[in-house]
Design a protein around this ligand. Structure first.
Ligand code: SAH
Length: 394
């Protein structure tokens, strides 16, 4: 089995499934209700972490290493009890960047509950006594495990990382396993979801030996002056930031705007750029487009991702280029993937599968005829050709 080899990534063999198809018998409810639950769980976890902050440190200060071990065990148990929905049954490692095993089936909803770890910095109490504990004549620096920067003990740090990791994996699942409208709705309701996803994504990117966006930056740098590029699913707009702005124009789209580079849009619904589709049975490339190159770098995420390719066609000038980079292990069948893209009105020009992690494609827009809604629905229903990309607990 070809796996995406970046540590911590794995892809299940099961086809794309929706949250609604969760195998969990216990907790079937609409995703909207999860958002409400998110709030209260977050508060509980915050309280718990704060409790750990004071109790754990106090006990360490007072009782020394022997007792500390006991309390460590106790408090870990307490946290497990609270966030057990976030962790798999095997999830007992400490200090890991994310809890639980790989999320599958019914475990998806469970991870929702516990994946909303505290985003606030937990302040380390120096002492619970007004005199700073000096009366007990304890050495000042009794705990070697307190991190100077974060102010967290190693236990707290590990827990925070676990919760952040679980939250990232939950958002990632949502993006890959649901229709983009669901992800768009949730991110609009709570933009912190978008922020947290990208923090986790940046963390992952650091461990990759190469990044498709870096490849596109160097490739597009040599394109002619005034080339117009649409980056669909731009993330942090790394492409726009990395290309010379006076030479190339990059239009960056993602679910949430940053108020600067990024235009908010659901790329699997409508890209807010001019362009039309053929209106008759005559071969045509549509009208009014301004875009020379469309880039989709790891952004074909929602189950309705083929709509994004249809949008790419609509906004591209005649003969325009479509560049796609995807995680290699997402492909159930590369030829079927290429056929699907071609059927939307493209011709494949190049494929690069030399990289063990990503496969890169270059397509050229070609003329096509109009299609009925029924014909389009058939083409658009083939999103299962790409499997979701899931992160494993590390
Ligand atoms: N292309 C960037 C980011 C990749 S992460 C890079 O390579 O660095 C994938 C991005 O696609 C995320 O930012 C996610 O929010 C975005 N995305 C996924 N589905 C989307 C949709 N339907 N509409 C807009 N953006 C989407």
């Amino acid at each position: 089995m070809v796996l995406f080899e970046v540590p911590g990534w794995s892809v299940p063999t099961a086809p794309v499934s929706k949250f609604a198809q969760s195998t969990s018998k216990k907790r079937k409810r609409p995703a909207a209700q999860d958002a409400d639950k998110m709030q209260s769980v977050e508060v509980n976890l915050d309280k718990l972490m704060q409790k750990l902050g004071s109790v754990g440190k106090h006990q360490e200060d007072k009782q020394g290493p022997k007792k500390k071990k006991m309390n460590h065990k106790k408090t870990t148990g307490g946290l497990d009890a609270k966030v057990e929905h976030a962790t798999s049954k095997k999830g007992k490692e400490k200090g890991s960047s994310s809890p639980g095993g790989s999320i599958k089936g019914g475990a998806v909803e469970q991870s929702v509950k516990g994946s909303l770890g505290p985003r606030k910095k937990i302040k380390q109490k120096k002492s619970l006594k007004p005199d700073g504990g000096k009366s007990e004549q304890q050495p000042q620096n009794v705990s070697p495990t307190v991190d100077e920067v974060s102010g967290l003990t190693s236990l707290q740090k590990g827990m925070k990382e676990s919760l952040d990791g679980a939250r990232f994996r939950w958002i990632n699942e949502l993006l890959y396993k649901s229709d983009s409208s669901e992800a768009a709705r949730m991110m609009k309701e709570d933009p912190a979801v978008f922020h947290d996803y990208h923090s986790g994504f940046r963390h992952q990117v650091q461990s990759w030996p190469s990044n498709p966006v870096s490849h596109y930056i160097s490739q597009l740098s040599s394109y002619p002056q005034n080339t117009i590029i649409a980056d669909l699913g731009c993330g942090d707009a790394t492409l726009a930031r990395g290309l010379p702005p006076k030479k190339l124009r990059v239009l960056s789209f993602d679910l949430i705007s940053d108020g600067a580079y990024i235009v908010a849009a659901d790329i699997c619904s409508h890209v807010p750029l001019p362009g039309s589709e053929p209106s008759s049975s005559q071969m045509s490339e549509g009208e009014a487009q301004i875009v020379d190159v469309v880039v989709c770098a790891l952004s074909l995420m929602g189950t309705n991702w083929p709509v994004c390719i249809r949008e790419a066609w609509r906004v591209l000038k005649p003969g325009g280029e479509l560049k796609i980079a995807e995680v290699a292990s997402r492909f159930t069948d590369v030829d079927e993937f290429v056929s699907l893209i071609n059927s939307i009105g493209f011709k494949m020009k190049a494929k690069d599968d030399h990289n063990s992690h990503f496969t890169l494609f270059e397509f050229k827009k070609v003329a096509r005829t109009s299609r009925t809604d029924k014909e389009w629905s058939k083409v658009m229903s083939n999103g299962g050709i790409l499997k979701p990309c899931e992160y494993k607990r590390r």
